[in-house]
Write a protein that binds this ligand. Structure first.
Ligand code: DX5
Ligand code: ZN
Length: 215
């Protein structure tokens, strides 16, 4: 069964605790936390303090996605704050291998992310060290965008390479395209708008889990 990771970018920032508790009660698997620096992406989002507080209100794994240049500045801080998985962009200005090793050393799950138009080759040198590959299905920065269908080929290529870690996609995932993603190898679905704006989040998550079992 795939993991459903609601992205709190689509939650109410003034009611994060309420929304995260709601997502946990609705049966999701991980909580996805976007970090944006207004440089690597044109937006700003959650700080280590938010992760620290989220850790106190949920027992779900916190899946932290660093959309920032120089992620080495905050890697340790996010690990200390309670990130269970920490994903670095292959395009970031950083010694990516060293960061993935650092995350593993701290016994958390290291992830490598690529933007939708970055060729998969850019991530290949890091796959051995990464327990998760995040294929961005939209240009990172904002929720509510449309999934770029070309990324599906990338997801399939990761699966066909025999990669054993999690294959995650992020951006524009909805009830009408998740089946196709799962059929091509997706194992973790990050979903913002489709879950936090759903009429009944619990029913949506039940349905998404069912689809991912091939039913
Ligand atoms: C985009 C973020 C996503 C975003 C997904 O930069 O990384 O996590 O919140 O949101 P939706 O599901 O609304 O596309
Ligand atoms: Zn994300």
């Amino acid at each position: 069964m795939i993991k459903i990771a609601p992205s709190i970018l689509a939650a109410d920032p003034l009611n994060l605790e309420r929304d995260v508790r709601k997502a946990e009660k609705a049966g999701c698997d991980w909580i996805h936390v976007d970090v944006m620096d207004a440089h690597f992406v044109p937006n700003l989002a959650y700080s280590p303090d938010v992760v620290r507080r989220l850790k106190e209100v949920t027992s779900l794994p916190l899946d932290v996605h660093l959309m920032m240049d120089h992620p080495e500045k905050l890697t340790d801080v996010f690990l200390e704050a309670g990130a269970d998985s920490l994903t670095i962009h292959a395009e970031a200005d950083a010694d990516v291998n060293a960061l993935l090793e650092r995350i593993r050393e701290k016994e958390r799950l290291p992830g490598i992310a690529i933007r939708p138009h970055t060729p998969l080759e850019k991530a290949l040198p890091y796959l051995e060290k990464a327990g998760l590959v995040l294929a961005m299905t939209v240009e990172p920065g904002f929720g509510g965008q449309k999934l770029e269908p070309e990324v599906v080929d990338k997801i399939r290529a990761i699966r066909d390479s025999g990669y054993q870690g999690y294959i995650e996609a992020d951006g524009g995932i909805r009830e009408d395209n998740i089946r196709m993603l799962v059929e091509n190898g997706l194992t973790v679905a990050v979903m913002g708008t489709a879950l936090f704006h759903a009429e009944d989040m619990a029913a949506s998550i039940r349905w998404l889990h069912t689809v991912s079992r091939g039913e």
